[in-house]
Design a binder for this molecule. Structure first.
Ligand SMILES: Nc1ncnc2c1ncn2[C@@H]1O[C@H](COP(=O)(O)OP(=O)(O)OP(=O)(O)O)[C@@H](O)[C@H]1O
Length: 288
């Protein structure tokens, strides 16, 4: 399987925060959800993938190419979608198209108008009058009109109402029918990930905790409940984080089969939702 993005040992240090030793592969032809709590380092990582921020160490490759010698070729093939002031906000979509289109070799006017119609976006109204959702759609229409193979979205659904959110997710899923397109999107809304992600990358305090298919995550991670006397220095190693109460413990494991082997039916093993995983990892020091 080919990777559209490869980060090798990537690091970036800010005052009081660091993204460290990130090894991340984004698979071609799939939707990868990038999850992590506020301030975990999602935007920082995305900016490094887009070359908007240079890593202090490590290597970033997109489509197997590096920015050093292939910046233009890479950027032609990426669409970055977010709801900020991407465009001059006094301009309307017609003006923006006039400015943006010549920058892309593969710009497709017909496709642009098709998406404008599909997204019900006004061509002649200033972008500043657009709602958050409309801005997101405008940005997506532009990314799609230059046939971007890799679409990167930074928190595309944050601040959108539930209906719009669902519409956007459906749309992203439709885009995948095309074949070799890849989508990478960051979010902390776990239901969005449940809905469309094939792979999940999880970042916590600047460290990539895992990057697995949704099936692997469902297989490996589990919530385990049992009596306190089952825990000791050795058995605790099976858990990522443990919560103790007088009535017993509840813990998250990233190695469900090992827990089954160690504890058998002396514990109750339940499916861990993505929210459970985020919650436990957030509260957790890394054991084991
Ligand atoms: N240019 C910068 N200079 C200094 N610190 C920065 C800079 N950019 C980001 N940071 C810090 O890095 C940390 C991670 O920020 P980042 O935006 O990557 O998180 P995030 O996971 O995208 O969070 P959120 O979900 O809240 O958007 C934060 O503590 C932020 O203050």
């Amino acid at each position: 399987m080919e990777n559209v993005v490869e980060l090798k040992n990537v690091a970036k240090k800010f005052k009081g925060f660091a993204v460290e030793n990130i090894n991340l592969e984004i698979k071609q032809g799939f939707v990868t959800g990038f999850m992590g709590e506020n301030g975990a380092g999602k935007s920082t990582t995305i900016k490094m993938i887009l070359n908007l921020l240079q890593p202090d160490a490590g290597e970033v490759k997109v489509f197997g190419l590096d920015y050093h010698s292939h910046e233009k070729a890479i950027k032609e093939r990426i669409g970055f979608v977010y709801d900020g002031n991407v465009f001059f906000e006094g301009l309307n979509l017609k003006d923006i198209k006039r400015i943006v289109a010549p920058a892309y070799k593969r710009w497709d006017d017909d496709l642009f108008y098709k998406y404008i119609e599909q997204f019900e976006l006004p061509l002649n109204k200033a972008i500043k009058t657009f709602s958050k959702g409309m801005q997101m759609k405008a940005s997506l229409a532009i990314a799609l009109s230059h046939h971007a193979e890799l679409i990167i979205l930074d928190e595309p659904t944050a601040g959108l109402d539930p209906i719009f959110r669902r519409e956007l997710l459906d749309l992203l899923q439709e885009l995948m029918v095309d074949g070799n397109r890849s989508i990478f999107f960051s979010t902390h809304i776990t239901s969005d990930l449940d809905r469309i992600a094939d792979y999940l990358a999880f970042i916590h305090k600047g460290e990539l905790i895992f990057n697995q298919s949704v099936h692997e995550v469902a297989e490996n991670y589990a919530l385990v409940k049992g009596k306190l006397d089952l825990l000791d220095r050795d058995t605790e190693k099976a858990f990522v984080h443990i919560r103790r109460a007088s009535t017993g413990f509840e813990a998250l494991t990233d190695n469900s089969s090992e827990v089954k082997k160690t504890f058998g039916d002396r514990v109750v093993i339940e499916r861990a939702s993505l929210e459970d995983i985020m919650y436990y990892l957030k509260g957790g020091i890394h054991l084991g």
